[in-house]
Design a protein around this ligand. Structure first.
Ligand code: HEC
Length: 191
């Protein structure tokens, strides 16, 4: 069949075909815009409870630290049950990260970075342990357990006493040894 067959009015039917094509493209564009406005229809909105479960970052100031408390003796029991297999007796490391010691080593050729020698804030130790540890069961510890095991690690590092219970009020005030060891990389930008 020829595309240039004339119809009854003598107008080549290719023109009618072209008009139809333009119409179709316009229709598709309109449909596309409608789809873009409505979205692809995937997923469901996160509930406030679901957002709260992931919104648990604790920064240097300790804002948002939860209720609860724990000291080094309680933390030793948590550590023995849930941490020692990967971080070794007394936090000395192996098979995974060493958590204790290394004080004064940062400026040497063999820097040993631990919570005690390197981390500038105790609040972010709480944050990290609550969020990520034990490695195979993150977010399985109670807040009391996280305070207690944080206290135990700070005690092993000589940062606090064995009887110093940690809680939302005290953790931000712990003086970490390397607190002033960080510099602003871009002081002109304020950070
Ligand atoms: C199954 C092994 C495993 C267990 C159990 C485990 N950890 Fe870890 N931990 C790791 C690994 C692996 C890393 C390094 C993760 C990374 O770098 O992403 C780590 C990192 C850490 C760090 C950060 C060290 C640093 O200086 O960067 C802390 C603190 C820590 N663990 C505390 C704990 C505590 C407290 C427990 C017990 C409640 C625990 N871990 C249980 C494997 C484990």
């Amino acid at each position: 069949m020829s595309m240039f067959r004339t119809n009854a009015t003598g107008v080549p039917s290719v023109r009618i075909f072209a008009v139809g094509l333009i119409h179709s493209v316009a229709m598709l564009c309109a449909l596309g815009q409608a789809a873009a406005q409505e979205g692809p229809g995937l997923g469901i909105p996160a509930t406030p409870a679901e957002i709260a479960a992931w919104d648990l970052s604790i920064g240097p100031t300790g804002d948002g630290l939860p209720e609860g408390s724990g000291d080094a003796r309680q933390g030793a029991a948590v550590y023995a049950a849930k941490c020692v297999a990967c971080h070794g007796v007394d936090g000395r490391g192996q098979p995974n990260d060493r958590l204790v010691g290394g004080h004064g080593s940062l400026a040497s050729d063999s820097a040993v970075k631990t919570i005690g020698s390197y981390w500038p804030y105790a609040t972010t130790v709480f944050d990290y342990v609550r969020r990520a540890m034990p490695f195979t069961q993150p977010q399985s510890l109670s807040n009391d357990e996280v305070y207690a095991v944080t206290a135990y690690l700070l005690y092993l590092n000589g940062v606090i006493d064995e009887d110093d219970a940690m809680d939302a009020g005290r953790l931000p005030n712990v003086a970490m040894p390397n607190r002033d060891g960080f510099i602003l990389a871009y002081p002109q930008l304020g950070g």
